[in-house]
Design a binder for this molecule. Sequence first.
Ligand code: ATP
Length: 324
Amino acid sequence: IKKIAVLTSGGDSPGMNAAIRSVVRTCAYHNVECVAVYRGYQGMIEGDFKPMNARSVNNIINRGGTILKSARSNDFRTPEGRKKAYEHLKEQGIDAFVVIGGDGSFTGAMIFSEEFGFPVMGIPGTIDNDIYGTSFTLGYDTALNTVVEAIDKIRDTAISHNRLFFVEVMGRDAGHIALNTGVGAGAEEILIPEENLGLERLLESLERSRLSGKSSSIVVVAEGDKIGKSVFELKEYVEQNHPDYDVRVTVLGHIQRGGRPTCFDRVLASRMGVKAVESLIEGKSNYMVGFTEDKIMLTPLEKAVKGKSEIDRELLRVSDIMTT
Ligand code: ATP
C-alpha cells in the first residue's frame, strides 16, 4: 500500500476531524501518501481530491463537523457511478481508502471493494451509536454531553415552573442517546424504541412521580420511540388526561450533531485512525475499526452492517431503579 484516500460520508459527527487527522498522520508516520476526498463518495466520483500531509490537519482535532465535507451520493449506488470513482482513484495511484461514516457508507464500501478488489476500511462516525461491532461510535460521547447539558438547563426552568417537559433526542431507531442521557440527567421517564412503555404506563409513572412529591418532570424521548407518537402528540395526550399538568416540549435537533468533540471522542478517533491505516498496511481489507471492552478491534464490514447494536439491559434496569 503506497497511497491511501480518506473520506467522510453520510451524516457528520463530532470527532470526524480528529479521525481524518489520525489517518493522515498515521500515513505520514509510515511513509504512505495520503489523499483527502471531499464530499464523500460524490467527490470520489467527481475526482474532488487533495493531497494531504501531516501539516494539512493542524488545529482540527478540536473542531466539530468535517473539514472534508460529507454528502449522500445516489450516483455511488449505481455501477456506473462506482466505476467512475474507481477510475479516479486509479488515476491518482490510490491503493485503498478509509471511509468514516455509518452503515450506509460501509455498505457502499463493501460493494465497491467486491466489484474492484479494492482494499477498504471503515471507521464508525455517527452520534447514534447504532453500529454493531463497537461500544462507541465517533461523536456519540460528545452528543451525550451536549444533551445532558441541555437537559440540565431545561430542568432549571422546569423546576421553577412545576412543569413537565418532553425532550426529544436523536438516535433514529436506537435508544442509546435517550437511555444514557436520561440516566445521566436524572429523567423521570425515558422512552426508547427498544422498549414499548405504553401510554398508560407513562401516565401512571408521571402520576406516581407527582404524588411522591416531585414538582417537575423530564421525559426523554428517542426520536424513533415505539409508542409511535411525536413529542407534540405526547404533550396533547397528557394534557387531555391531566389538564392540571403544565406540559412543554423541546426538540433538541441538530445541536446534538455539532460542537467540539469531547476528549473521549478525540482519543477514540486517534486510536481508530491508527488502527485503520495500519490494518490496510498489513494487507487487511473490508473491516470496520471498533472499540469494545477497552480494546480497539476489527469487525468484518458485513457483520458491522448486518448486526444489530443492542441496548444495554443492565442500564435499563438502573434507569428503572433511579426513577423510583
Ligand atoms: P448515517 O449514519 O448518517 O446515516 P450513513 O453512512 O449510514 O451515515 P447513508 O446516507 O446511508 O449514511 O450512506 C452514505 C452514502 O453511502 C450514500 O449516500 C451512498 O453514496 C453510499 N451507500 C449507501 N448504501 C449504499 C449501497 N447499497 N450501495 C452503494 N452505495 C451506498
